[in-house]
Write a protein that binds this ligand. Structure first.
Ligand SMILES: CCCC(=O)SCCNC(=O)CCNC(=O)[C@H](O)C(C)(C)COP(=O)(O)OP(=O)(O)OC[C@H]1O[C@@H](n2cnc3c(N)ncnc32)[C@H](O)[C@@H]1OP(=O)(O)O
Length: 300
């Protein structure tokens, strides 16, 4: 799949799935959920401040009779309920509404009602950036703070699950850093090289890993050639592995605010997909993310 229209088409063929929306009292979230319902991609259970939700829905002309509503005002409790509905198989995936990422993720990790599997959970963002011939995946911009080497390996594996679901057979993974050479004083450059070697030894499968790369020579063949970098991932990366959440999140938001891009985001590695975008992302991003979630749920 090369763009979100194709992802939405696929989701339509696999849908409708059921989403449980945590803290639904948000304009863009309701718009996205309503578009997903009309596209027959997904139905939703709305959990949150229902009085506020009714006000927003009225303003948008959305008929809430089409939804199951659960009134829980407290953000943590609403998040736990949304996650619990997925654990109980009453919904296929969770969606973050108007709530802090850390609150919804704590609910997802909750030992009683959460969606843990024993694997690392991580965020994968998919970008269709104008001017580029391929989708880019950025990981992890939202969950893992400062992953160690083994966690980075699992973050790569999680992102490959998403890339494979989008028909990218052998995604090229660039471990991006501030530079393309190993500097022993820059631990992420050292780990990037180790990840490349792990892949060469067959310890990371289903993809091609290279690193370290600076962003320019990871995504631009011209920049890679200019710097004399000869590596199958150089200039051709599909997946950009960020060294930590700061770099990943700033890259995510730079693309959203400084370029013409369409995007989507999902947490993978859990028992079910968790649709997770920034609260500031628009309704189109949230709809794309629902479609991506449906696609991941269909593959599970
Ligand atoms: C990109 C668009 C959206 C955004 O902009 S998001 C904005 C930035 N993101 C954030 O602020 C969220 C960043 N992450 C966090 O806040 C925290 O790491 C998170 C996920 C809430 C976990 O917090 P805490 O509960 O305090 O974490 P903790 O380290 O004490 O761990 C508690 C238990 O959970 C486990 N855990 C934590 N992260 C995990 C992971 N990635 N995968 C699997 N398991 C994980 C951890 O092992 C621990 O387990 P146990 O209780 O020891 O059995």
């Amino acid at each position: 799949m090369r763009n979100f229209q194709e992802v939405i088409k696929f989701a339509r063929e696999r849908g409708p799935k059921t989403i449980s929306v945590a803290c639904c009292q948000d304009r863009e979230v309701l718009m996205a959920v309503e578009m997903a319902r009309k596209e027959e991609i997904a139905n939703a259970i709305l959990i949150g401040d229902i009085e506020k939700t009714r006000e927003i829905a009225k303003d948008l002309g959305i008929d809430l009779n089409n939804y199951e509503l659960v009134d829980i005002k407290d953000l943590s409790e609403a998040s736990l309920k949304a996650v619990e509905l997925v654990s109980q198989k009453k919904a296929d995936m969770v969606m973050k509404g108007l709530v802090d990422t850390s609150i919804i993720l704590k609910a997802v990790l909750n030992k009683e009602v959460g969606l843990r599997t024993g694997n690392v959970l991580s965020h994968v963002a998919v970008f269709d950036v104008e001017g580029y011939d391929r989708l880019f995946f950025i990981t992890d911009a939202a969950m893992n703070l400062a992953p160690d080497l083994n966690t980075k390996k699992q973050i790569i594996e999680n992102s490959c699950v998403v890339a494979h679901a989008l028909d990218i057979e052998t995604p090229k993974v660039a471990a991006i850093c501030a530079k393309e050479k190993v500097n022993p004083k820059m631990k992420d450059t050292v780990e990037a090289k180790e990840l490349e070697e792990m892949c060469e030894r067959g310890e990371i499968k289903g993809c091609l890993v290279g690193g370290p790369f600076a962003l320019d020579n990871a995504v631009s063949l011209e920049a890679a050639k200019h710097k004399g970098i000869d590596h199958p991932v150089a200039g051709k990366a599909d997946i950009l592995l960020a060294p930590d959440i700061e770099a990943g999140n700033i890259l995510y938001k730079s693309l959203v605010f400084f370029s013409k891009t369409k995007n989507a985001g999902v947490i993978v590695g859990a028992k079910a997909p968790v649709i997770l975008t920034s609260r500031a992302d628009n309704e189109e991003t949230k709809l794309n993310s629902i479609a991506l979630g449906v696609l991941m749920a269909a593959k599970a």
